[in-house]
Design a protein around this ligand. Structure first.
Ligand code: HEC
Length: 405
């Protein structure tokens, strides 16, 4: 299997990208080694080996090689549990594996004697399969009877049709969060907001009529075949965010190799590429309430300056990843919303984005001046810098990285 193919397979559900940069992993880490075998005891090469450090919220994944042997190096010290997965089978979690810095390698034997869960049809997280989305009603005929129905039919159609709503399947907590987010959008768009009582009615209706379909199987998006060739050299690292509702929006990498996210919840986040620790950074207070934040996509220039659009607070923010200082550029009145997901840094130091009216927006940080250029194309373009880190589409609450070893 070629590298490109693996990337596609993993990306189908997990949006993983490969990383070719030299290793920046902790030098004082430890190693787990072992053997993967099938239910009859025969070694399995090309199987996925997941090593999970619950305390540090990190999951590493390496691939077994000849004679089913694997070796996961540079692991931060701590307690791990380890699971093996091949095309159709998986092992139990092998728990209580202790990794010590510079200590003896921990040894693990993994027996693939369990069946993997069913393959899931291609779908966005918490949404019905894509093939069914297009066939779902766009009007209120898709809303079952029940208290709250009328509110949804009337109040949730100003910006999108009801297909967006009826294709979602989620629990009460997540519906509550989504409706909260929509209220932010209503405020930003100067559309009358829901009252607290209306919000409760809408959330109760949606979580009763459109509940979560099935619990999420963490292995359901792994390929159904063992890997071979260069693919066995992969190592993936995933960090699971603490805040389920952080909604990290795109990843940008600073010149030191640390991945950053801008959270819709209003904070910046950085995963330290060496220690693999995640920190969140508050943005300077603005007019929008704490539960009404929505940062756009971050970009980082070659000097480590991070840029991010901040719609609810009517500004573009600059954060110096070296000096940790913020500079805020107030959005000019009458120019639409400052938010957006298309920011890009020009080599000449000016900052660009596309706007809701199809216009190009430019900031000159030296003068603080914004300029607006009406564009002819009917759709705003997305300009994205390539990065090695990606958000896993499976749960929207983690960061993943892969690299050839
Ligand atoms: C002021 C405009 C606006 C209104 C009114 C609005 N939405 Fe949205 N909605 C959006 C936008 C913009 C998106 C896409 C971006 C996003 O996900 O935030 C979206 C996306 C969604 C999604 C898909 C994203 C997800 O998290 O699953 C759902 C579901 C949704 N809206 C439900 C609702 C419901 C329910 C209501 C009524 C209570 C509503 N919307 C009212 C603007 C609006």
């Amino acid at each position: 299997m070629s590298l490109g193919r693996i990337n596609r397979n993993l990306a189908a559900g997990a949006a993983i990208l490969l990383m070719a940069a030299p290793s920046v992993w902790a030098a004082d880490g430890g190693t787990v080694q072992g053997v993967v075998s099938d239910a009859t005891g025969k070694p399995v090469a090309g199987a996925y080996v997941k090593l999970k450090n619950d305390q540090k919220r990190l999951t590493f994944m390496v691939i077994s090689r000849e004679q089913g042997r694997f070796e996961a190096k540079d692991l931060p010290p701590g307690k791990y549990r380890v699971q093996g997965v091949d095309g159709e089978h998986q092992s139990e979690w092998f728990s209580n594996v202790t990794v010590a810095a510079g200590g003896e390698d921990a040894k693990v034997g993994l027996l693939l004697n369990g069946k993997r869960g069913p393959s899931l049809a291609p779908a966005w997280p918490q949404r019905i399969p894509e093939a069914q989305v297009d066939k779902s009603p766009t009007d209120e005929s898709g809303l079952p009877e029940g208290p709250g129905r009328q509110l949804v039919a009337e109040r949730c159609v100003s910006c999108h049709d009801l297909q967006r709503v009826v294709v979602k399947r989620s629990d009460q907590d997540d519906w509550n969060h989504t409706v909260g987010r929509m209220r932010t959008r209503m405020t930003v768009a100067s559309i009358p907001d829901l009252t607290a009582a209306e919000t409760t009615a809408v959330v109760n209706y949606l979580s009763e009529k459109f509940p979560l379909v099935q619990p999420y199987d963490a292995n359901s998006r792994l390929p159904r075949a063992v890997l071979s060739g260069k693919a066995v050299q992969y190592r993936a690292v995933q960090y699971e965010l603490v805040n389920n509702h952080a909604e990290p929006h795109d990843v940008a990498v600073d010149p030191k190799g640390n991945p950053w996210v801008a959270e819709r919840a209003g904070k910046l986040g950085r995963l330290d590429a060496k220690t693999l620790e995640f920190v969140e950074i508050d943005t300077p207070p603005g007019p929008a309430a704490a539960d009404r934040q929505s940062l756009g996509n971050p970009q980082i220039d070659s000097k480590g300056m991070l840029w991010v659009p901040d719609g609810p607070n009517a500004r573009w923010l600059n954060y110096d990843t070296n000096s940790t200082k913020f500079v805020s550029y107030a959005w000019p009145k009458g120019k639409g919303n400052a938010g957006g997901n298309s920011m890009a840094v020009h080599p000449d130091g000016t900052i660009w984005a596309t706007g809701g009216g199809g216009e190009a927006r430019q900031l000159n940080p030296a003068t603080g001046e914004f300029k607006f250029y009406p564009a002819r194309p009917s759709r705003p373009a997305r300009i994205r810098a390539p990065t090695a880190w990606r958000l896993p589409a499976t749960d929207r609450c983690g960061l993943r990285k892969t690299r050839p070893t």
